[in-house]
Write a protein that binds this ligand. Structure first.
Ligand code: PFF
Length: 482
């Protein structure tokens, strides 16, 4: 049988795994959720959850992947009788996330082009329109939305077709350091703007946002915990098999425990850096701009660049390009999670390397869902959304208010936290945590955190996961079922 080709180096693996983790969730989800949920309080809770859930699930998934040397579906099948179907949950979840992730990635490409248009004063720039008008116009221009979405889908496919070492590792090893440099350039520019300090206060001073009328009321502790938990899961790419898949390509001599820790720390650091760029920019240059949702990234930030004067388009290009990089390094891990299963299956059946064909077939299905999300334009175009007709127009719950939220609810709301919960139950109570110890201690490595891991994976992490799942359902279904 042909050898399964993996990462060429630990650095390449780390860049790919950090690339998967660092994405739209960091650059846009983290800053506004942190600001709207008590700033520093949110950060502390996030860090605690990252330590007792994020690190545990990350290490567990990497170990499961490397032990079985297989993608999510086969990995669960090999390891467990009771949980053998959980891998399917992960792969389905990756597939649904891809649908809206690619649409948003396409929007980011559009904004690189838009800022380039502004730089050279071309007709495809903002043409003097406000950020809100440009975005509104783009959302209702279905053809343009679909074209940019499909460009993003195609880029993702081409990289995954190149394989793990040839495509994913190469792109991330260059893209991630480049992303970091671009982020630093943006932070330096933003923090030297007048009033940028208010953004820092919004993020880091508990109660500042409420006291200054930026948000209406302080969220309660449960809602902070559930928001931070949901954010952490999505941001770390855990609970759906991406890290199982990447772990399966990792060399046995590499230190799993150290790698899991580095990924969690890097992801959190980059989320904080993104906050240092996006939020102070909004306070300095668009003080009335929205702080949450798609408007933050596409309306507020575009207003910021429009108000920076002649250098604005240059910073706009750098910023949106970095978001495109972040989104691509995440979307390739999502596609790989799905494709790896079929590639492995074909190889097990002696059909040879079918990576290119399976990448193409999966991409076609992803493209179809992505087109639906783009046509819908975040609900701007009156496209039919499942279940929406059951509710009065002013009482539509989040899960069906547009196609993006519908797919997000299925994946991020239900499948991901459920997958994470079931994974910890499997490791804690069926296979036993020794599985992770054995795998971590391959080739002379020592698992220093085993006592801690064992206690968390059996008791603490599943409990937190159940709470996070409940919180997610509450957010999406708003009082309907929970
Ligand atoms: N972690 C990515 C982000 O923060 O945007 C999203 C993501 C990527 C989730 C890959 C899940 C995944 F498998």
């Amino acid at each position: 049988m042909e050898e399964r080709k993996g990462f060429g180096s630990n650095f390449g693996f780390l860049m790919a795994a950090v690339g998967s983790a660092v994405g739209l969730g960091n650059i846009w989800g983290f800053p506004n959720k942190m600001g709207a949920n008590g700033g520093f309080t949110f950060l502390i809770i996030y860090l605690i959850l990252a330590a007792i859930c994020g690190f545990i699930v990350m290490l567990g998934e990497l170990a499961i992947g490397r032990k079985t040397g297989a993608g999510a579906i086969k990995a669960y099948k090999v390891l467990s009788k009771k949980f053998k179907w959980v891998g399917w949950l992960g792969v389905a979840s990756a597939f649904f996330i891809l649908s809206f992730y690619c649409a948003l990635g396409g929007y980011c490409i559009k904004y690189v082009v838009l800022n380039f248009g502004n730089l050279i004063n071309a007709g495809f720039g903002s043409n003097g329109l406000s950020g809100a008008d440009v975005f509104g116009g783009f959302m209702t221009n279905q053809l343009e939305g679909v074209i940019f979405g499909l460009i993003f889908v195609a880029i993702t496919m081409i990289i995954v077709m190149g394989g793990v070492g040839g495509g994913i590792e190469k792109v991330c090893s260059v893209g991630m350091p480049a992303l970091f440099v671009m982020l630093v350039i943006c932070i330096v520019r933003v923090l030297t703007l007048e009033n940028a300090v208010d953004g820092l206060k919004y993020m880091f001073v508990p109660g500042w946002a409420v006291a200054n009328g930026v948000i209406e009321e302080a969220p309660n502790l449960f809602s902070v915990i559930s928001t931070a938990g949901g954010q952490m899961f999505f941001s770390l790419s855990i609970g759906m098999g991406a890290m199982i898949t990447y772990g399966s390509y990792l060399n046995k001599k590499e230190n799993l425990e150290k790698n899991a820790l580095i990924i969690v720390i890097m992801d959190t650091l980059i989320a904080l850096c993104a906050g240092l760029c996006v939020i102070p920019a909004r306070f300095a240059l668009d003080p009335t701009g929205k702080l949450g949702g798609p408007s933050l990234l596409f309306v507020t930030m575009q207003n910021v660049f429009d108000r920076m004067g002649s250098v604005g388009p240059i910073f706009g290009i750098i910023f949106y390009l970095l978001v495109v990089f972040a989104a691509i390094s995440s979307s390739i891990s999502l596609l790989e999670t799905v494709v790896a299963h079929f590639v492995d299956k074909a190889q097990d059946e002696g059909k040879g390397d079918k990576r290119k064909s399976y990448s193409l077939i999966t991409t076609i299905f992803v493209a179809i869902l992505c087109v639906i999300v783009c046509l819908d334009g975040l609900g701007s175009n009156g496209v039919w959304v499942p279940f929406q007709h059951l509710f009065a127009p002013d009482a539509i719950p989040t899960f069906c208010d547009c196609w993006l939220d519908f797919f997000d609810c299925i994946s991020e709301g239900i499948m991901m936290p459920l997958g994470g919960l079931l994974m910890t139950l499997m490791l804690g109570w069926e296979t036993g945590p020794d599985l992770v110890k054995e795998e971590s201690e391959q080739e002379g490595n020592k698992m220093k955190s085993f006592g801690y891991f064992k206690f968390c994976v059996k008791f603490i992490t599943p409990l937190c996961m159940a709470l996070i799942l409940y919180g997610q359902l509450k957010d999406f279904f708003g009082g309907l079922f929970v």
